[in-house]
Design a protein around this ligand. Structure first.
Ligand code: SAM
Length: 246
């Protein structure tokens, strides 16, 4: 199966870039703060960022003291932005699918992947390679779309609503059917791989990792007051975070 490279689709890239330019989005309100809360001290660390996108995070890791950051991404367009806006002598950007990181050399202290692994079919293979590339005591931290969202197969309403259109509960179907699902996000046919929570955790454990922390971010009362549109996350978290140690 050819690997999807949806971020190089012009329409998708434009829509996604606009979303990320808004200051108020789920990445800034929930994803980034949770990721930061899980990071170890990065001073002097060698970091591998899988699905690094436009490289803001890579630059951030250098700002926090990382001495070498390798950013890997399948998308030429995302990496073009990374190289134009977020280059640094301590950052190397590699255009390749993360499924191929078995071919890169070196050793890393921390492997990070933000919101990219649900696009990958061979999760087990990637986990195996990350384990091999990490030093003893190394840390792997990732976020992905939550399994309660990746099981959506693109048909039917994701929500049950009251007579005023308010979301009253999330609809769930086929959570236990692990497969590639397609849905519309800027363009039709965006592929995401659905894996159960147990599969994700067991793949890490079978790959030799110790689970150190799991997070499923949802709004604080303050954020829910300010941005009521994110109250949906009380019904169903959109992101899953795992921190694992070698
Ligand atoms: C939602 S973006 C996240 C970008 C960045 N990590 C961030 O949080 O700002 C997902 C990124 O994963 C990349 N990606 C998707 N599938 C990939 C694969 N198989 N190998 C490497 N990168 C991939 C996409 O090109 C995109 O840049």
């Amino acid at each position: 199966m050819a690997k999807q490279n949806i971020f190089d689709n012009e329409t998708f890239f434009t829509g996604y870039s606009k979303l990320r330019e808004c200051e108020v989005n789920e990445n800034n309100l929930f994803e980034l703060p949770t990721l930061r809360s899980l990071l170890p001290d990065l001073n002097g660390k060698r970091i591998l960022d899988l699905g690094c996108g436009t490289g803001e995070r890579c630059k951030d890791y250098v700002r926090h003291g990382a001495t070498a950051v390798t950013g890997v991404d399948i998308s030429e367009k995302m990496l073009a932005v990374a190289k134009a806006k977020n280059s640094d002598p301590n950052i190397t950007y590699l255009e390749m699918p993360m499924e191929d990181i078995g071919s890169i050399g070196g050793e890393f202290d921390v492997a990070i992947s933000s919101l990219a692994l649900h696009y990958v079919e061979d999760f087990q293979g990637v986990v195996k390679n990350i384990y091999r590339l990490l030093c003893d005591g190394g840390i792997f931290i990732f976020s992905q779309e939550h399994p309660l969202t990746t099981c959506y197969s693109g048909t039917g309403d994701r929500w049950t609503r009251d007579e005023n259109g308010n979301k009253i509960h999330a609809n769930l179907a086929n959570y236990c059917v692990e497969k590639r699902n397609e849905s519309t996000w800027f363009v039709e046919g965006v592929q995401r791989y659905h894996r159960m929570f147990s599969t994700i955790v067991n793949t890490l454990v079978d790959g030799g990792f110790k689970i150190l922390r799991i997070e499923e971010p949802y709004p604080t009362e303050e954020i829910a007051q300010k941005y009521p549109e994110y109250r949906d996350l009380f019904h169903r978290p959109d992101f899953l975070f795992v921190k694992a140690g070698k």
